[in-house]
Design a protein around this ligand. Structure first.
Ligand SMILES: [Fe+2]
Ligand SMILES: [Fe+2]
Length: 411
């Protein structure tokens, strides 16, 4: 069957010829974002990557600090005053959890001297209660406690979306390797052994509290981005779950191509964020039913540049930026915004584009029926013959879809 090749990309439809003024507007119809899952999975993926870099930085800093030797009581007191300043006058709160009052007293005394606000809990249960009521910035946690032990407390903290960013330092006995391993498994951020080295305690607490605040800022910034993407989606009621499907299909194709974990993460994030720049396109253009004028078309094409600018501010989205900027390029150089040709187009943007177009073709839209997978592949093949797509990648994608379809049918 010969199908009319009328797709130039996920978000454009050529009705006749290549004159931009002949292009009808369905640019706004493929930005469906099913973001309800985005706030959990993609965020947790990136956090681990970021934490790897941060953990290295923290431990080297803490080691330097611990090695710097003891200083006089007076200079330490001055340091404590300085620390409060470092945290912008917002005194960090530390929760000390230990069933032995005498053990708590040591840490409380040391941390109070460092300028922290201290809260105490004498059991796992009261620790959970304090965490909910007081939102501490860090928890010093004893391992062995009757009832709920430190491991369980830590696990609960790390599994809860509201508390997972609170750093937990386990207090263990010297050479208690088993506790340390178990502690790592339940998400501990650091370990300290008794008796405390005061400088070491101060250094670790300070760097983890600072890190927690940075993580919180980052977490909020990412959430703002994904909310913005969801707002873009909600402007167009016709797109269904396009972005949620892109995330699933992108992940599966990325795994099929044996991409790295980070590349797969970027492909998935691309599913949500590729059209975020449409937030800057007026409704009159984005939702226009008829043909776009040349000027309107120029404005619409800006969405890739606006999206890039929005995401540039965040380090965690830097891998998604090539997808956002280049998802409308074409293999023969006739795409936008840069008219890149062949392998000049970033690989992830090519891969993403394939998935994006396939999903647009196989979904029903107000102006078109949903094509079957075979029909969609046939249209994409014709476009590849026109020079718009990477032939090698298209072959891989065709094989992947057949493999994927047969797997789906078996389920
Ligand atoms: Fe799309
Ligand atoms: Fe787009």
């Amino acid at each position: 069957m010969v199908l009319k090749s009328n797709y130039t990309g996920s978000t454009e439809k050529v009705v006749s010829g290549s004159n931009p003024s002949d292009i009808t507007n369905d640019m706004g119809t493929n930005n469906a974002l099913g973001l309800h899952k985005a706030q959990v999975n993609p965020l947790s993926l990136s956090k681990q990557d970021l934490m790897l870099e941060k953990v290295e930085a923290i431990s080297s800093w803490a080691n330097q600090k611990a090695d710097s030797g003891y200083e006089s009581f007076i200079s330490r007191t001055q340091q404590a005053e300085l620390q409060v300043d470092i945290f912008d006058g917002d005194t960090p709160k530390v929760l000390v959890v230990d069933d032995h009052a005498a053990s708590r007293m040591t840490s409380v005394a040391l941390l109070a001297m460092e300028g922290y606000e201290i809260i105490e809990a004498d059991s796992g249960f009261s620790a959970i209660e304090q965490i909910v009521n007081s939102s501490p910035d860090l928890i010093l946690l004893d391992v062995m406690m009757p009832g709920m032990d430190g491991f369980e407390v830590c696990q609960r903290i790390k599994q809860n979306e509201q508390t997972r960013l609170i750093p937990v330092i386990f207090i263990t006995a010297l050479n208690d390797k088993r506790s340390r391993i178990h502690g790592i498994e339940v998400g501990a951020d650091d370990f300290l052994t008794k008796p405390f080295d005061r400088l070491e305690l101060a250094a670790r607490v300070k760097s983890l509290v600072r890190q927690k605040r940075l993580n919180e800022d980052l977490d909020h910034a990412e959430k703002v981005l994904f909310s913005m993407a969801r707002a873009v989606e909600s402007r167009d009621p016709n797109t269904g779950d396009h972005c949620e499907r892109l995330v699933q299909l992108g992940k599966a194709f990325g795994e099929y191509l044996k991409l790295s974990r980070n590349q797969i993460r970027d492909l998935m994030w691309g599913g949500y964020l590729h059209d975020i720049g449409k937030v800057g396109i007026p409704d009159a253009i984005l939702l226009k039913c008829g043909k776009l004028t040349t000027e309107e078309w120029e404005i619409m094409r800006q969405h890739v540049l606006i999206g890039e600018r929005i995401c540039q501010a965040l380090r965690s989205t830097r891998g998604v930026i090539p997808i956002i900027r280049h998802h409308h390029e074409r293999w023969d150089g006739s795409g936008y915004p840069d008219g890149l040709k062949g392998s000049e187009i970033p690989e992830l943007a090519q891969i993403f584009q394939t998935v994006d177009i396939y999903d647009a073709l196989t979904s029903e839209r107000p102006y078109k029926k949903a094509y079957t997978p075979e029909e969609a592949l046939s249209i994409m093949k014709q476009e590849t013959e026109l020079g718009w797509r990477n032939p090698e990648l298209m072959d891989k994608f065709t094989n992947f879809i057949r493999f994927w379809q047969s797997n789906q049918n078996q389920i």
